[in-house]
Design a binder for this molecule. Sequence first.
Ligand code: NI
Ligand code: MN
Length: 232
Amino acid sequence: MKITYLGHACFTIEAGGVKLLVDPFLKHNPNYCDALWEQAARPDYILVTHGHGDHVGDTIEIAARSGATLISNFEICNWLHAAGVERFIDLNPGGTATLADGGVTVTMTPAIHSSSMASEGGDNIYGGLACGFVIRCGAEAVYYAGDTCLFGDMRLVDELYKPTVGLLPIGGKYTMDAEAAAYACNNFFNFRTVIPMHYDTFPPISADPARFSALVKKGAVRMLALGEALEI
Ligand code: NI
Ligand code: MN
């Protein structure tokens, strides 16, 4: 498995011959550069955790160019299908999609967060349940928590799927902060590697990843620079 950080909460995960792009917020990221777009291009699947703009991001454009299949909740799949995304797999928490090419599965997990899309008139359109994902391939399993607070049922994610790598938000305000994310690592999971995300993109979610690293007592924290990849 190869995990590449594309800024904010966007990653590509390449496993079993398929390329997954998660929460592709690229062009409106203040740290955007063309190299990130190149890495995001031509995914086989696009995973979207919830309806907020910093997660749906460039899904419509990338899906149109690549023909990628969207994996998201029922409501977001319907909304993006109406907006032109042709192929989708709609899940709800607990559901698993088995991907065509090589023994990769994507399971939708709960997250505690809101989910809505902004209409042109400024109203919020219902965006279903915010979620996370567990991506499994062989002996490896990646838990991508999504935007969420700390919650006790994260224990079940560990018990059921035994994730070896965790991608956790640490920016606070809208999600877990560094203390809460470290609590999850130390008490709920047995990650070999933890990658912090969803911090420092905007001033309200500034966080110190070195402090997060110091707080984590189980597993190694790996801070990925923009465009940097980790092979597991
Ligand atoms: Ni959000
Ligand atoms: Mn967010």
